[in-house]
Design a protein around this ligand. Structure first.
Ligand code: NAP
Ligand code: COA
Length: 274
C-alpha cells in the first residue's frame, strides 16, 4: 500500500537539517510539497541542501547558518524564516554531536559540548520557534536517540543529553498542549551511512554486530525516519503528543545492550538451529 502525504504550502523548519537523517527528513518534506527551511553551522552544507531541496520541488527552500549553542543566532535565523513565510506548521530539531569516549577518558569540556549541542541546543530551538508556531496546529519533533532510554558504554554524555531532550519533549507537551501544539520525540535506530554510525560503528565487525542485534536484522535508512516524521506531524497523528517513538527495527527492546554484552553472538552460537 502506498501512502503519500501532502504538505503543500506548509512551513517546515529543520534545525540541523543539512546532512544525514535530518537532511533525509528535509528531502521528504520537500517531495511532499512543503516550504522547507534548514539550518546548521556550515554555510556550504546549508547551500548544498537548499539546492537539493529546490531540485526536489521546494522551489523557495531557504536556509541559515547558526550554532544551536548560541540562542541569539537561532533566534535571528528563525525570525528571518518567519518574516519570509509566516507561521511554522512543523519544526524538526535534530542538531547533535557525538563521539565515543569512556567517562574516565573524557574531559568535562567534552561532556559539556555534547550537553550544550543536544540538550541546551534543543531548549534554545524550542524557545526560538515558540512565538512563530501555528496555534493551534503546529507539530514539533525532537530527534532523540536510543541512548535516551538505554545506557551505552562510552556514551554517558549522549545518554544524559538525549534523556534530557526526551524530558523537554514530554514537559512541553504539557505546557503547550492547551494551545494546540503537539510535540513528540523520534528515536532513530542505527541508520546506515550516517555520521553517527561512522562514529559508533567504525569497523565492519561492529557494523555486523549492530545489524545482528536489530530484531528486524537491518540498519534503518533516513527514509525510515522521514516516514515516521511525515506521519507524526500529520493530522492522522492529531491525538499523539508527548510520545517518545522509537523507529529502530526494535533495537531499543534490547539490541543496544546485546551489542555491548556480546550477547547477540552468544545467542546465535547456542541456538539449536545454528
Ligand atoms: P549528522 O549527519 O552529523 O547531522 C547532524 C546535523 O546537525 C548536521 O546538519 C550538522 O550540520 C548539524 N549540527 C551539528 N552540530 C550543530 C550545532 N552545534 N549547531 C547547529 N547545527 C549543528 O548526524 P546523523 O548521524 O544524521 O544524526 C542526526 C540526528 O539523529 C542526531 O540528532 C542524532 O543524535 C540522531 N541519531 C542518529 C543515529 C544514527 O544512526 N546516525 C541514531 C540515533 C539518533 P553542521 O555540521 O553544518 O552544523
Ligand atoms: N574523545 C574524547 N573527547 C573528545 C572527542 C573524542 N573523540 N572529540 C572531541 N572531544 C572533546 C575535545 O577534546 C574538547 O574537549 P577539551 O577542550 O577538553 O579538549 C571537546 O570535546 C570539544 O571539542 P571541539 O572539537 O572543540 O568541539 P566542537 O564544538 O568543535 O565539536 C563535537 C563538537 C566534538 C561533538 C564534534 O564532533 C561535532 O561537531 N559533531 C557534529 C557531528 C556529529 O557528531 N554527528 C553525529 C551525530 S549522532
Amino acid at each position: 500500500m502506498n501512502v503519500t502525504f501532502d504538505y503543500a504550502g506548509k512551513v517546515v523548519v529543520i534545525i540541523g537539517g543539512t546532512s544525514g537523517i535530518n537532511r533525509g527528513i528535509a528531502e521528504a518534506f520537500a517531495r511532499a510539497g512543503a516550504k522547507v527551511a534548514v539550518a546548521s553551522r556550515t554555510q556550504e552544507k546549508v547551500d548544498d541542501t537548499v539546492a537539493a531541496l529546490k531540485k526536489l520541488g521546494a522551489a523557495d527552500a531557504m536556509g541559515f547558518t547558526a550554532d544551536v549553542r548560541e540562542a541569539a543566532a537561532i533566534n535571528d535565523g528563525v525570525a528571518s524564516i518567519h518574516k519570509a513565510w509566516g507561521d511554522f506548521s512543523v519544526v524538526i530539531s535534530g542538531a547533535a554531536g557525538n563521539f565515543p569516549a569512556l567517562a574516565t577518558g573524557m574531559s568535562a569540556n567534552g561532556f559539556r559540548s555534547v550537553i550544550e549541542i543536544d540538550l541546551l541546543g534543543t531548549f534554545h530551538v524550542m524557545q526560538a520557534v515558540y512565538p512563530y508556531l501555528q496555534k493551534p496546529g503546529a507539530a514539533i519533533i525532537n530527534i532523540s536517540a536510543p541512548q535516551a532510554i538505554i545506557p551505552m558504554p562510552a556514551q554517558s554524555h549522549v545518554c544524559a543529553a538525549k534523556a534530557g531532550v526526551d524530558m523537554i519533549t514530554r514537559t512541553l507537551a504539557l505546557e503547550w498542549g492547551g494551545e494546540g501544539i503537539r510535540i513528540n520525540s523520534v528515536i532513530p535506530g542505527p541508520i546506515d551511512g550516517t555520521e553517527g554510525m561512522k562514529r559508533l560503528a567504525p569497523t565492519e565487525a561492529v557494523r555486523h554486530a549492530v545489524v545482528n542485534s536489530v530484531p528486524l536484522k537491518r540498519m534503518g535508512t533516513p527514509q525510515d525516519i522521514a516516514n515516521a516524521c511525515l506521519f507524526l506531524v500529520s493530522d492522522m497523528a492529531s491525538y499523539i503528543t508527548g510520545a517518545i517513538v522509537p523507529v529502530d527495527g526494535g533495537w531499543v527492546q534490547g539490541g543496544v545492550a546485546m551489542v555491548g554484552a556480546g550477547l547477540g553472538e552468544m545467542m546465535k552460537k547456542s541456538s539449536p538451529r545454528s
